[in-house]
Write a protein that binds this ligand. Structure first.
Ligand code: SF4
Length: 318
């Protein structure tokens, strides 16, 4: 048995969808985030470092086409890759005037690009942007995915990490994205210090009920210079153990709808300037441990997803 059997992996989804392996090419735009510049908040999320959610990108001084070409050439040579997804990754990529946003997206429609992913906040997308993306999807036959940072459905924790939005904005964004027939991916952090197992289960239930298409699970890492780093140094927060993180991921996967694609089950982070990351272990070792424990326990994604569509009526044969 391998990891494909215990959860629905992104790589397998891409292979089925596009007939071969597909690689994501990160793009960095010169922009900021409404939770930093005072629009909805200041200071940003308490865990967010200077890079705005990414640390592996090329300089945003390069054009979209230059960034795509550089990364594409490298990956084509190294892996003999043929198909790619242009991934607008850092900060809130829809926090731009609509015309500017359209220009950047159009610049990414290049040969061998089969998909475009746009990462943003739930309160930073509206019908005008979605209509444009839907038209692009249909005209160029390019699969478009909006990646929404949620982190947790626990709106008390959202307040603690200064997200600047609550659960309602996320629900609104998902319903809108789906109305325009675009894919939606949700980012969650399963080890926020204020969350418990009950929140992890609720995360899975809410995302299953909303029928999101993809999920990325992250482990919280603490970067020097952030509010979270200060809280950590002052012993105001306690990080859960690696074993507890593994339990949370397994439980989340058990409750989530088996049809939802799981992009990742643990995050990666820069080691430089980082006070806490993945219990000082390689991310892939923890991923392998989760898979191996699921195999041993004979459990898998969706085994406990029995709560939708009127659970109370199930025994009445109605
Ligand atoms: S919404 Fe994203 S980019 Fe903005 S502060 Fe939070 S994590 Fe950083």
């Amino acid at each position: 048995m391998n990891q494909i059997d215990v959860y629905k992996t992104y790589s397998e989804y891409l292979k089925n969808q596009f007939g071969e392996k597909v690689y994501k090419l990160p793009i960095s735009l010169p922009l900021t985030c409404p939770n930093r510049d005072g629009c909805v908040g200041t200071g940003g999320c308490t865990f967010c470092g200077e890079e705005g959610g990414s640390f592996e990108n090329l300089s945003n001084q390069l054009s979209v086409k230059e960034q795509i070409s550089k990364n594409m050439d490298y990956i084509k040579k190294r892996y003999k890759a043929k198909k790619f997804i242009a991934y607008f990754q850092n900060f809130s990529n829809t926090y731009l005037p609509l015309e500017k946003f359209k220009e950047y997206v159009r610049d990414a429609i290049l040969e061998d690009i089969v998909g475009i992913s746009v990462s943003t906040r739930p309160d930073c997308i509206n019908d005008n942007y979605l209509l444009f993306l839907k038209e692009i999807q249909e005209k160029y036959d390019i699969e478009i995915t909006i990646e929404l940072g949620l982190q947790t459905v626990n709106y008390h924790s959202l307040e603690k990490i200064n997200r600047g939005h609550s659960l309602a904005e996320f629900i609104d964004a998902v319903l809108r994205i789906k109305r325009f027939n675009l894919r939606v991916c949700t980012h969650l952090i399963l080890n926020l210090p204020w969350d418990h197992m009950i929140d992890v289960i609720e995360n899975a239930k809410v995302l299953s009920a909303l029928d999101v298409d993809e999920i990325k699970l992250h482990s919280l890492y603490i970067v020097e210079g952030t509010v979270l780093a200060e809280e950590y140094k002052n012993d105001e927060i306690t990080m859960i153990s690696k074993d507890e993180y593994i339990e949370r991921v397994i439980t989340f996967l058990e409750y989530i709808n088996p049809e939802i694609v799981i992009q990742r089950i643990i995050g990666r982070a820069p080691e430089e300037n980082t006070l806490f990351v993945n219990w000082q272990e390689s991310w892939w070792k923890i991923r392998d441990e989760i898979v191996s424990q699921m195999e041993q326990r004979k459990t898998y994604q969706g085994i406990k997803c029995d709560y939708l569509n009127g659970k109370a009526l199930k025994n009445l044969n109605i």
